[in-house]
Ligand binder design. Structure first.
Ligand SMILES: [Zn+2]
Length: 178
């Protein structure tokens, strides 16, 4: 499951822009948000210096730096805020990739690997063979990414008998077996 700002103490990054450093190395910068409000700007340095963090207030800056150090624990290093914000940026990139995948595919799971959504994909929406509910890639993506409703109830399952059913019905079948 995706991590959200809740998993990062309310911190998030948006408007990520990539650029090149003086040795053509890939760098990035972004707006920094706390609980949905923009609090500052972050940028890696094009000349290889320390990354810049400019918050609206000194307190916000200190709060972020303290939180990053605590969040990273043993991973904490000189530029903890840099590592911390990079982790969030990685997560946003992952979400972007999955959203792209969900545009024309439905991500699928098998009973053995229920978290293996990215490996197997169906080209279109599907109809649950047990309850006839139509599940589109959009509804699944919404439930998955925004945690609207229960993603696990919508996620398709291939059963041992090669039936394609929703997770809710899969659970029902499992309980009926017992
Ligand atoms: Zn169903």
């Amino acid at each position: 499951m995706f991590k959200t700002e809740k998993d990062f103490g309310g911190y998030w990054v948006k408007n990520i822009k990539e650029f090149k450093g003086h040795e053509q190395e890939p760098l990035w910068q972004a707006s920094v948000y706390k609980n949905g409000k923009k609090i500052g700007f972050f940028s890696e340095d094009s000349r290889g210096g320390p990354a810049r963090l400019d918050c609206n207030t000194r307190e916000q800056e200190k709060e972020l730096m303290d939180f990053a150090r605590e969040f990273l624990g043993e991973e904490a290093w000189a530029e903890s805020y840099h590592t911390f914000l990079s982790k969030i940026a990685e997560e946003t990139d992952y979400i972007k990739q999955v959203k792209k995948l969900c545009k024309n595919k439905i991500l699928i799971q098998t009973p053995e690997e229920i978290y293996d959504y990215l490996e197997n994909a169906l080209p279109e929406g599907y109809v649950c063979q047990d309850c006839d509910e139509i599940i589109t890639p959009e509804s699944l993506a919404d439930a998955y990414i925004n945690k609207i409703g229960n993603f696990m109830d919508l996620a398709p399952v291939y059963t041992e008998d090669s039936d394609l059913i929703c997770h809710k019905c899969y659970k029902k079948r499992q309980s009926e077996k017992r």
